[in-house]
Design a protein around this ligand. Structure first.
Ligand SMILES: Cc1cc2nc3c(=O)[nH]c(=O)nc-3n(C[C@H](O)[C@H](O)[C@H](O)COP(=O)(O)OP(=O)(O)OC[C@H]3O[C@@H](n4cnc5c(N)ncnc54)[C@H](O)[C@@H]3O)c2cc1C
Length: 350
């Protein structure tokens, strides 16, 4: 059992920044996320887009903001359980909580902060007969470990950034890469489209457009696909089929945790500390709702800050909290590092 102070569900910007605010108050955090990497919507939906409304950054790439948040919290040594979905929260007799994931990992903490955003991202699946029977038997909706595809024949379907980027990346690893898209035009970054065309001309990517996968062949695993192109169908041999049609968020298990839900979000007490109807369980960032709620990154940062103050009071009843500015107090990392502003030099005037 992993022990921590705050169990954070969701490694989006809100969950990540909560680690920093908790660290300032000497509280440790463990983050669980269903996705294989941190960053939430920023990494999964728009990593290359600039964001213009982060205070102090006239413009910052979404991926860059996540990298900066990871750098900022490094000193507080958060634990990460990635690629696992939090499925249950059990309140203990002493008021603490155990969060369990779909893979059986258990994290015990004083409080739980749900920073689940729009919920767990689930892949948009193509409508192909019996596709479910081939899931994890050759049909992969995520590229979690590129090594799985080394020296294998793969077919990627889709026309967005993920389909283009993975086709480019896997062209050097797989035996063959075929990219199938139902249109001739792609909806991705221009340089990625150019790169795919370059690799096609070099014979490293087999591009089939406008076409769709309409069937899967194989006994116990994927052995081939049926492709329809301009009214004609033909078969192609493959070891793996990777449909990359984007992800759609679903509130998922969060809806079953006995929390008050309104408009697909968790109701919280915004006048105080973003606590839910269950004492000790907080909801911060896009996942919560209250009068006047705005689903913006900077609002998530604010909510994370107030949540941490409230958990501090839960963990240290009766102890007076004194707000300290980081410019004055510096930042003491759990890893032994210390950051502080240069001390003012007092000089006597002769
Ligand atoms: C295209 C686009 C552009 C945007 N541009 C801006 C902008 O310019 N400025 C701005 O302020 N905002 C913008 N936003 C909104 C912004 O991305 C969100 O406000 C922000 O991502 C919310 O952060 P979060 O950490 O609360 O949630 P998220 O980023 O959604 O992260 C939540 C995480 O929780 C995980 N999760 C959910 N349920 C579970 C579970 N049961 N177990 C484990 N993990 C779970 C998910 O996998 C996800 O990683 C934009 C959004 C989109 C889609």
């Amino acid at each position: 059992m992993i022990q921590t102070d705050i169990v954070i569900i969701g490694a989006g910007p809100t969950g990540l920044f909560a680690v920093f605010e908790a660290g300032l108050l000497k509280m440790r955090c463990h983050i669980i996320d269903a996705l294989p990497q941190p960053g939430g919507q920023l990494t999964e939906l728009y990593p290359k887009k600039p964001i213009f409304d982060i205070p102090g950054y006239p413009s910052v790439g979404a991926g860059e903001l996540v990298d900066n948040l990871m750098e900022q919290i490094k000193q507080f040594e958060p634990g990460f359980t990635l690629n696992e979905q939090a499925t249950t929260i059990d309140k203990q007799e002493d008021g603490t909580f155990i969060v369990t994931t779909n893979k059986g990992t258990q994290v015990h903490g004083n409080s739980v902060a749900i920073a689940g955003g729009l919920g767990s991202f689930e892949p948009r699946k193509p409508v192909i007969e019996e596709i479910e029977n081939f899931e994890e038997k050759g049909v992969e909706y995520f590229v979690k470990n590129p090594e799985l595809f080394r020296d294998k024949k793969i077919v990627i379907a889709g026309g967005g950034d993920s389909a283009l980027d993975w086709s480019i990346f896997l062209a050097d690893i797989a035996e063959s890469v075929t990219l199938v898209h139902r249109r001739n035009e792609f909806r991705g970054a221009l340089d990625s489209v150019d790169k795919v065309i370059e690799l096609k001309n070099l014979g490293k990517i087999n591009l089939i457009t406008p076409a769709e996968i309409v069937g899967i062949k194989g006994q116990d695993k994927v052995e081939g696909l049926v492709i329809e192109k301009e009214g004609e169908t033909f078969d192609i041999d493959t070891d793996y089929f990777i449909p990359l049609f984007g992800l759609s968020p679903k509130l998922g298990p969060i809806a079953n945790w006995g929390l008050e839900i309104e408009k697909n979000a968790i109701k919280v007490n915004n006048a105080l500390d973003y606590q839910t109807n269950i004492e000790g369980i907080y909801a911060i960032g896009d996942v919560n709702t209250y009068p006047g709620k705005l689903k913006l990154i900077l609002c998530g940062f604010h909510e994370a800050t107030l949540m941490c103050q409230s958990v501090y009071n839960r963990m240290n009843p009766g102890k007076k909290f004194v707000l300290k500015y980081t410019t004055v107090s510096g930042v003491d990392g759990f890893d032994g590092t210390r950051k502080e502003a240069e001390k003012a030099v007092v000089k006597a005037i002769d």
